[in-house]
Design a protein around this ligand. Structure first.
Ligand code: F3S
Length: 384
């Protein structure tokens, strides 16, 4: 991969070992994937934040870095609500380590709002056609597919390296030729609410990392697209998808020959019944629209089960009245974290979720059983 004279200097350690390590990581990736050069990025979204997932080794690695990011950069969810961690049942030791991780990122100039939906917090991180380096799989999918920005599936270290250098190797989804759909997904049933997550759950398992184009029988909201992409990225590794008539690049391409049809009964098979001891919303982090819907469904009632709603701190701070209204029901609103990356959910045996992504990850990462249900059915279960 070609490096400019400036980049060569970084490679030779001119600006110190942190920038040297960062550009070495980017150059190695570029060489592996056949990039011709590094290209400037508009923002970075950095995974590898929860102490549950990165442990002491990760903390040590981040703490050793000395420098500042040069593009707006934001963190993925941490392992706890940074304010209400005791309420989650997080231990003092875990909280201490988690705070050290956040401080280490802060010292590098990274914004420490911990969210997998940065596009719901800031307008300036990614717009149509922008190159970015994002690393949380649902955020990657949203950036590529719904916004029409361009990112590969970065890991935490490569996203952080890109943030420090302000560039990323030019390969994969940064290039026009890799953004066209290769498989058509005809969806027969009309979809509502968690059906988008159920659809993503099925399709991700079927197509792996292919780029699909959907022909839907219903008009999705941006939150529906968020759920669809998150689930496909979890059950498969889909980083970009198109929806005919909806997503910004869908009209640019011929329809592919390969085709799958999804029928009603396939969707229904993803839903199972059961008795949860935790009902969790907000995977990916709840938007204002989703919080408003939950507030409406919870109004005037008291929940009888543990109910968590995960969102970003920015949204919680912007709408205090709405949060109070939700919390009146006994449901808990947590920020900075989620039911998957926090160890706090591990004490529950069965989690009910309205998210296809959480439904995929809970059994593997939290040790319990998972039940996928619509938002309305989740709320009904909370009152039983
Ligand atoms: Fe976000 Fe956690 Fe789900 S990071 S996408 S809420 S698993």
């Amino acid at each position: 991969m070609y490096l400019t004279p400036e980049e060569e200097k970084l490679m030779n350690g001119y600006s110190g070992p942190t920038y040297q390590k960062a550009i070495e990581i980017l150059a190695a990736l570029g060489d592996i994937y056949g990039a011709d050069r590094l290209i400037p990025i508009k923002s970075a979204q950095i995974a590898g934040v929860s102490y549950k997932t990165i442990g002491d080794a990760g903390l040590e690695w981040i703490s050793d870095l000395k420098g500042k990011v040069v593009v707006p950069s934001i963190l993925n969810p941490a392992g706890m609500d940074l304010e209400c961690w005791k309420e989650m049942g997080i231990s003092r030791d875990f909280a201490q380590k988690q705070r050290e991780i956040i401080k280490a990122y802060e010292a590098l100039g990274v914004r420490t709002e911990c969210s997998c939906t940065p596009y719901n917090i800031y307008d300036d991180l990614a717009n149509f056609g922008d190159h970015v380096a994002w690393s949380e799989s649902s955020a990657i999918s949203y950036a590529n597919s719904v916004i029409g920005a361009r990112t590969n599936r970065e890991g935490g270290p490569s996203a952080l390296s890109a943030a420090l250098i302000g560039k990323t190797p030019n390969y994969g989804f940064h290039l026009d030729e890799n953004r066209h759909p290769v498989i058509l997904i005809e969806v027969e049933p009309k979809l509502y609410d968690s059906d988008y997550g159920a659809l993503g759950y099925i399709v991700g398992e079927m197509i792996g990392d292919k780029v699909p184009i959907f022909n839907l029988n219903s008009i999705p909201t941006k939150d529906d697209l968020k759920s669809l992409g998150a689930a496909m990225a979890a059950s498969g590794s889909v980083a970009l998808y198109h929806v005919r008539g909806i997503t910004p690049e869908a009209g640019k391409f011929e329809l592919p020959v390969e085709k799958i049809t999804i029928q009603e009964k396939q969707l229904k098979e993803v839903y199972k019944s059961g008795e949860p001891d935790l009902i969790a919303f907000g995977c990916p982090h709840s938007s204002i629209g989703e919080l408003e819907k939950l507030a409406r469904l919870l109004e005037g009632k008291k929940v009888k089960k543990e109910v968590w709603i995960c969102t970003s701190r920015a949204i919680k701070n912007r709408y205090p009245g709405l949060i109070r209204q939700i919390e009146k029901s006994g449901a808990k609103v947590f920020c900075d974290t989620c039911m998957v990356v926090s160890p706090a959910s591990e004490k529950f045996k069965c989690m009910m979720v309205n998210s296809g992504k959480a439904h995929k990850y809970v059994p593997n990462l939290c040790g319990g059983k998972s039940i996928l249900a619509s938002t309305e059915d989740c709320i009904r279960a909370a009152h039983r």
